[in-house]
Ligand binder design. Sequence first.
Ligand SMILES: [Zn+2]
Length: 157
Amino acid sequence: MHLMTRGSLPMLRYSSLSEGITRGRQRLIAITRQDFGFDLKAWHDHLALTKSYNYRSMQRPGTYPQSILDALDDPEWVAAAELAERSQLLAKLVADDDRERNAITTAERRWAGRERPCPKCSHTFRSAGDRGQCPSCNNVFFASHPDGDHNWWQNGG
Ligand SMILES: [Zn+2]
């Protein structure tokens, strides 16, 4: 819920507020198997009623925490939620996650036991999977994206 009202957490930063709050919604859907869209009050009522997630016993349906009221009062948050809704961002992020998962599975199969050159010292060796450690210089890297690019799977893996 904090991710959805704030759009980021100390360990989780996203490229836009729209993406952050949509990732928050995606997590709540995964936890509750329900979807209340970007309706923060509906999410609160559900979580408070079922006591699911990290909701405490003092939180009641119909009584909203300040963090929710602040978000609903914040033009930036409202605009970000509208943009996410309009651009069907949730469906896009879910599709991206699927593509990333598939690319990882494919890369694991493709690089299992196959020779790869170390990008640091050029030593050639084999590893059990995509990720391997160079026996010569101890450099750890993924054969599918030796440069460490986090978006490697978007370019066809
Ligand atoms: Zn090496």
